[in-house]
Design a protein around this ligand. Structure first.
Ligand code: FAD
Length: 437
């Protein structure tokens, strides 16, 4: 398709529309440019919008700086073992956008994307576009997942999602219940407890990890052993694998481990999953000990795998000795009920996960539960691709450094799709021309 508008009301006609100018959309733009594919990146806010406006103030990446790499671009600062603040991530992605020279239209929100004439019609709040293929790089963390029982929380308790929380300065004084103990929940519980507020942390299934193992960052081991490269079509149960929560890790100058034991030492009240609300009584599952035992077991399996890798590669002399960590301490009878009439809670923070927002997408690509159906990022509707989702093609797909391999694979698929569509269109035009003769 040519870049000039050919239809009334259409702002532009391109081969590909990419929705979202986070790192995923920019990386795809670079790959499309390398393939000579005409495209535009539509961004409702600014470049790296999520890192500018949707993270809490103190957040640092849990991946080390040396791992902050995108196709053709990588961290080159003085602190490879450090962890970027959100502001530093914005600078990094801004730098990437300049490096790539991506054709980004900022302040342009896609309000509808629907199949049309063998391609897609894209409506925005600043004009409409037509394209043959579309890439959904609009983020995996657009909406906070909040369990239904949130609606039954006793009156007077302020409810915040992890996307709404900014810092303890915005909290009322009083006990805070943090629901969810993955990276986000643990980090928020830690920060809020340090502000002097009493904190209760409701813990379900979680992934326990030390920050450092045998003298190296755990992310270094996950890469070396090949865990982050595991593919979506190699695991037994990809639906479950995609639901695995983020590891309990925090990026800090001290490179410290943040786990339930560390939080308990700080005085955090650790309870099981929040499973019910009955008037003023919050009910917690009795599965805390099981969840902790399972997390400890999986941690030890991971460490065993790392130790085997060290042995196989005869690397024992260049890394520190193996170690094992104290099991997670759980009270013999953890509390199952918290009566807020007797022990008031000022705020509940839902750190219960995130999901993408495709409310603007009209395409036959959703399952009965409203989830986008895709095969490693190739959506069920022809010419539609997605990026950055949890374990989308590889375990690392939702991380910044996961974009490189996914974008390479999907841009190649997309280019093949465009060639096929163009050859069908050319054949149809040829046959129409012959009929007219
Ligand atoms: C709390 C948190 C911590 C994380 N920590 C790490 C970490 O330590 N290391 C790591 O590698 N990854 C981390 N991630 C994961 C991941 O890197 C980020 O989620 C990253 O922002 C995803 O990049 P993306 O480009 O896929 O999506 P996003 O950065 O979310 O970009 C999507 C873009 O699409 C735009 N958009 C959305 N809808 C529309 C629309 N309808 N029209 C136009 N534009 C639209 C948004 O404004 C946004 O700019 C973290 C994520 C979260 C939530």
């Amino acid at each position: 398709m040519s870049g000039s508008p050919r239809r009334r009301g259409v702002t532009g006609i391109v081969d590909v529309v990419v929705v979202g100018a986070g790192h995923s959309g920019l990386a795809m733009s670079r790959a499309l440019a390398a393939h000579g594919v005409e495209h535009v990146v539509l961004e409702r806010g600014e470049i790296a919008n999520a890192w500018r406006h949707e993270r809490w103030d103190s957040l640092r990446l849990l991946t080390p700086n040396w791992q902050s790499r995108l196709p053709g671009y990588r961290y080159s600062g003085p602190d490879p073992d450090g962890y970027m603040t959100s502001a530093e991530v914005v600078d990094f992605i801004d730098g990437y956008a300049r490096h790539v020279g991506a054709p980004v239209r900022t302040a342009t929100a896609v309000t509808k994307l629907r199949a049309s004439d063998g391609g897609y019609a894209v409506e925005t709040d600043r004009g409409d576009w037509r394209c043959r293929a579309a890439v959904l790089a609009s983020g995996a963390h657009e909406l906070a997942i909040v369990p239904e029982l949130a609606a039954r929380m006793p009156r007077g308790i302020r409810s915040l999602t992890a996307k709404e929380y900014r810092s303890t300065a915005g909290l009322d004084w009083g006990r805070v219940l943090v629901v969810g103990a993955s990276a986000t929940g643990l980090q928020l519980a830690d920060e809020i407890r340090r502000s002097g507020r009493p904190v209760t942390l409701a813990v379900g299934e979680h992934i326990r990890m030390p920050r450092l193992y045998r003298g190296r960052d755990i992310q270094w081991w996950l890469e070396a052993v090949g865990i982050l490269d595991e593919r979506y079509d190699e695991v037994d149960d990809i639906v479950r694998a995609r639901r695995v929560p983020s590891p309990q890790l925090v990026g800090s100058a001290q490179r410290c481990t943040l786990d339930l034991n560390a939080l308990r030492e700080q005085g955090v009240d650790v309870v099981g999953r929040l499973v019910g609300v009955d008037g003023n009584r919050l009910q917690f599952s009795g599965s805390l000990a099981n969840h902790c035992a399972m997390a400890d077991l999986k941690l030890n399996r991971l460490l065993d795998r790392i130790d085997s890798w060290v042995d196989e590669h005869r690397a024992g002399d260049i890394v520190a000795a193996p170690e094992r960590f104290a099991p997670t301490r759980v009270e013999t009878a953890p509390r199952l009920v918290l009566d807020v009439a007797k022990q008031p809670i000022a705020t509940v923070i839902w750190a219960t996960g995130f999901r993408p927002d495709y409310s603007w997408l009209e395409a036959p690509a959703f399952d009965t539960k409203g989830r986008l159906c895709h095969d490693g990022g190739v959506a069920a509707a022809p010419g539609l691709y997605t990026l950055g989702l949890s374990f989308m093609r590889r375990r690392k797909s939702s991380y910044m450094h996961g974009a490189e391999d996914d974008v390479r694979d999907l841009s190649e698929h997309l280019v093949r799709h465009l060639r096929a569509v163009k050859s069908v269109t050319a054949r149809a035009a040829g046959s129409r021309a012959r009929q007219l003769r």
